[in-house]
Design a protein around this ligand. Structure first.
Ligand code: ADP
Ligand code: ADP
Length: 228
């Protein structure tokens, strides 16, 4: 459903952060991008939702060249979760989760129902949490809300850029388990960035190993570990 053909990204300063990448991600697949800092993980993610336009090659989503798609429409179909949840501090939890449904013009009742459903799904009681502000939540709870927000309008694709990177090991492990469970329920196509191999092996159906802007290998954990 996501296809990269000879995709590259050269920044305006001339630095080539991604070099001729070729891969295909199937619908419902959980792909992890792994590699050291600076290898092009975030750039690769942002090329998918066009926060960062690619400069070489072709990216297609469901057969459509993304340069021909309306960027706003494209992003509404792609949830995005980043390291520091990125919640709006002056919006309540409910308002934060309802952001994209709002842009899509959903009716108030439908939005409320969806927000409550998502809060239950991420294990936060709506009666306690819907009206709170982000600063009144722990880091782990905020990350959960970030995940809920990305899923709110039922996008086909969810991009997650080191979503659990800033959390303590215990909370992190708990959220990883929740994400695995969630993935089985909602069957989204997920692209997840990490530089932690344990996390990659635990979560990915397949793991893409990046180095210096190139894709070295894209394989299942079993095969990856067997390589010399
Ligand atoms: P990663 O997510 O793997 O840490 P990034 O995709 O953020 O890597 O960055 C890849 C490379 O591109 C890095 O060397 C980074 O310094 C460089 N880079 C990122 N953004 C820009 C930019 N706007 N202009 C120039 N170089 C950039
Ligand atoms: P509008 O102009 O319709 O108010 P924006 O241009 O701010 O909306 O955003 C359009 C779409 O792009 C929204 O669906 C939003 O989720 C998405 N979007 C905006 N900023 C980001 C971001 N930093 N990461 C991911 N998606 C984003």
């Amino acid at each position: 459903m996501i296809k990269f053909e000879h995709v590259g990204k050269t920044y305006p300063n001339g630095y080539q952060a991604v070099k001729s990448m070729d891969f295909e991600i199937a619908k419902g697949e959980f792909i992890v991008l792994i590699g050291p800092s600076g290898c092009g993980k975030t750039t690769t993610m942002k090329m998918i939702n066009r926060l960062m336009p690619h400069t070489e090659g072709t990216i297609t989503i469901n057969g459509q060249d993304i340069t021909k798609a309306n960027p706003v429409e494209l992003r509404r179909n792609i949830g995005y979760v980043i390291q520091q949840a990125g919640l709006f501090p002056h919006y309540t939890i409910e308002e934060n989760i309802a952001l994209i449904p709002d842009l899509k013009g959903w009716k108030a009742a439908k939005k409320k129902e969806r927000v409550h459903e998502l809060l239950h799904m991420i294990g936060l009681d709506p009666a306690l949490f819907a009206g709170r502000f982000p600063r009144e939540l722990s880091g782990g709870q905020q990350q959960r809300v970030g995940v809920a927000r990305a899923l709110a309008a039922d996008p086909e694709i969810v991009l997650m850029d080191e979503p659990f990177g800033a959390l303590d090991p215990l909370t992190r492990e708990q959220l990883q388990d929740e994400l695995i469970r969630l993935q089985k329920t909602v069957n989204k196509t997920i692209v997840f960035v990490t530089h932690d191999m344990d996390e990659a092996l635990k979560l990915g159906d397949r793991i893409a190993v990046l180095k210096d802007g190139s894709l070295l290998q894209l394989d299942t954990a079993d095969k990856l570990l067997k390589e010399p």
